[in-house]
Design a protein around this ligand. Structure first.
Ligand code: SAM
Length: 477
C-alpha cells in the first residue's frame, strides 16, 4: 500500500502550479520541464511496463513524481534520477519511507552498467526531449542490463524509433536501436496533458531487447560505420556513398536481391546486416568448430596419463587442462568476452577475456600466450594468479588463471567471440552475484579465485603494481 505521503502526491493541474510555486521552480525549457497532470494517463503509462514487486525500476526525470507514485503502488523498488535539486528535495520529502532512492544527478552522467547488479531492471521516463536520443544511446548500449523500456518521447522521435524501411522517419537511429530492440509506438499524447504545454505532441514507446540470435552474426563495428555513412546524405544512392567499401555494387545488389540504386532508407535491418556480411563475411559454424586437437588427459593430481581427442574428453567428462586469462585495461577495467553463438559449450555466455584448452605437448604458460594471441590478437606479459582444481563446475578442467594488462586495442577473433565489454571489477562482482546464469561456469570459479587473491580494496594497489617493473616479467610454468 502506498504511504499517505505518496497518496498526497497525486497532482491535478492546480496542485502542480501551487507546488512549483512553493518550491520555487519556474519550469525550464532547457531541462524539458513539462509536468504530466493527467493521472489516468500516468496510471496507463505505468501499466504498460507490467511492473511487479521484484522489479528494480529506474526512472529518469521524475519531476514531481507523476509516474513515480504509480510505480511505487506496484511494489517495485525505484531509483529516480532527477537533475533539478529542488525537485529532488521535494521528492525526498514526499516519498520518505517508500522503496525509492532519489539521485540528484544528470542522468547522462549515470553509469547504467551498475544496473547489472540487479536482477530485473526496467527503465521508465517522461524524458527531457532535448537529450532523449543521447539518453537512449547511453541506456540502451550493448550489452544492456535493462529488460524493458517505457518512454514518453517527442512524437517525432517515437516515430523515428519505431519506423519501417522506406518511410520518411526511418534513419540511422532507427536501425541502431532496432538492431537490439523491438520498438512499439503505443500511443500519441497531446500537449494538453502537460504543464506548461510543450510545442509538440508526445508519444509513449515500449522497447524490448531482442534475443541476440534474432539477428544473423555480423561485424557490428563495420555495420555501424556503414549505417553512419549510408544515412549521411539521405538522397544519395548507397552505391555512391559506400564506394570505399564496395567496388562491385551490381554484384552485391544481385547477391542480396536489393535495388542497385537503393538509398539507405530502403534497406531493412536484415539487408543492412547482409550488406555488412557481403563486405566482411561473418564466421560460419563450419569454420569455427575446432579441428582434431588432442588434449592431455590428467588424473586427480593433474598428472598426464594419456592424450585423447576433444570429443572423447568432453563426451566422457575426462579431466583435462585449460587456461583462463583476465585482461585489464590501464584504467583497471576487466575485458569480458561473450562466447560465440557457434560454441558447442556455453554459447553466448559471458566468460574470461580469453580461455582455452592445453593441447598435447603444450605447457599451461604456452597455452596462455597462444590463446591470448589467437582470441584477442595481443601479446602481453601474463602473471599466474591461481590454480583451480578440476570439478564438474569447471567442466572437469584444471585451470590456471592468468592476469595481464593492455594499453592498446584488442582484435577479438569473431569465430570465438560474439562481442566484448570492459567493466570495472566492482560491476563484475555485482553482475556475477545478481545474474550468475549469464556466465560460463568456469569464469565464475575463476572470478571467485581472482577476488580471493585481489579483493576490491586492493584494486588501487594492483593498478600501481601493474605498472611497476615487476609486472613486466612473466612468471614461468
Ligand atoms: N516525470 C515527470 C512528469 O511526467 O511529470 C517530469 C517529466 S519532465 C518532461 C522531465 C524531467 O526531467 C524534469 O523533472 C527535469 O528536471 C528532468 N531532467 C531534465 N534533464 C535531466 C537530466 N539530464 N537528468 C535527469 N533529469 C533531468
Amino acid at each position: 500500500m502506498p504511504s499517505a505521503a505518496a497518496r498526497k502526491i497525486r497532482m491535478k493541474l492546480s496542485d502542480i502550479r501551487a507546488t512549483l510555486k512553493e518550491i520555487g521552480v519556474l519550469p525550464s525549457k532547457a531541462l524539458g520541464q513539462n509536468f504530466l497532470h493527467d493521472q489516468n494517463l500516468a496510471r496507463w503509462i505505468v501499466n504498460q511496463a507490467d511492473i511487479n514487486p521484484k522489479d528494480y525500476v529506474v526512472e529518469i526525470g521524475p519531476g514531481l513524481g507523476a509516474l513515480t507514485r504509480f510505480i511505487l503502488e506496484k511494489g517495485a523498488h525505484v531509483l529516480a534520477i532527477e537533475k533539478d535539486a529542488r525537485l529532488a528535495n521535494f521528492l525526498h520529502e514526499h516519498f520518505r519511507g517508500e522503496r525509492v532512492e532519489i539521485l540528484n544527478i544528470d542522468a547522462l552522467k549515470f553509469d547504467p552498467r551498475v544496473l547489472f547488479a540487479q536482477r530485473e531492471v526496467k527503465l521508465i521516463g517522461n524524458l527531457p526531449y532535448n537529450i532523449s536520443s543521447q539518453l537512449l544511446l547511453k541506456f540502451l548500449g550493448d550489452p544492456s542490463p535493462i529488460s524493458l523500456c517505457l518512454l514518453m518521447l517527442q512524437n517525432e522521435m517515437a516515430m523515428r524509433l519505431s519506423a519501417s524501411p522506406c518511410s520518411h522517419d526511418y534513419g540511422a537511429l532507427t536501425v541502431r536501436v532496432q538492431l537490439h530492440h523491438r520498438v512499439k509506438h503505443l500511443r500519441r499524447i497531446p500537449a494538453t496533458v502537460f504543464f506548461p504545454r510543450p510545442d509538440v505532441d508526445s508519444a509513449v514507446v515500449r522497447l524490448l531487447p531482442r534475443d541476440r540470435l534474432d539477428m544473423p552474426a555480423h561485424d557490428h563495428e563495420l555495420l555501424l560505420k556503414l549505417i553512419r555513412v549510408g544515412f549521411s546524405q539521405r538522397r544519395k544512392q548507397l552505391k555512391k556513398l559506400l564506394r570505399q567499401y564496395v567496388l562491385d555494387w551490381d554484384t552485391l545488389a544481385r547477391d542480396l536481391q536489393i535495388n542497385p540504386n537503393a538509398r539507405a532508407e530502403e534497406l531493412s535491418l536484415l539487408e543492412w546486416i547482409g550488406l555488412a556480411n557481403w563486405i566482411a563475411p561473418a564466421p560460419r559454424p563450419d569454420t569455427c568448430t575446432a579441428g582434431s586437437e588432442l588434449f592431455p588427459v590428467v588424473d586427480e593430481n593433474d598428472r598426464i596419463r594419456r592424450c585423447a581427442s576433444r570429443s572423447e574428453v568432453h563426451g566422457n567428462n575426462l579431466r583435462h587442462r585449460a587456461v583462463h586469462i583476465l585482461i585489464f585495461s590501464a584504467g583497471g577495467d576487466l575485458y569480458l568476452q561473450q562466447r560465440s553463438r557457434w560454441k558447442d559449450r556455453h554459447p553466448l555466455k559471458w566468460d574470461s577475456s580469453a580461455a582455452g584448452h592445453v593441447t598435447a605437448g603444450e605447457t599451461y604458460d604456452e597455452t596462455a600466450g597462444r590463446e591470448l594471441k589467437e582470441e584477442l590478437g595481443v601479446d602481453v606479459p601474463l602473471k599466474r594468479i591461481s590454480k583451480i582444481t578440476a570439478s564438474p563446475g569447471t567442466d572437469h578442467e584444471f585451470i590456471w588463471l592468468y592476469r595481464g594488462v593492455i594499453t592498446g586495442d584488442l582484435s577479438p577473433d569473431k569465430c570465438e567471440i560474439e562481442t566484448g565489454v570492459f567493466l570495472p571489477p566492482a560491476i563484475v562482482d555485482g553482475w556475477t552475484s545478481a545474474r550468475p546464469e549469464d556466465f560460463a561456469p568456469g569464469f565464475l570459479r575463476c572470478w571467485k579465485a581472482y577476488r580471493r587473491k585481489w579483493p576490491s580494496d586492493r584494486e588501487e594497489s594492483i593498478r600501481r603494481e601493474t605498472f611497476s617493473a615487476a609486472d613486466g616479467a612473466a612468471s614461468t610454468a
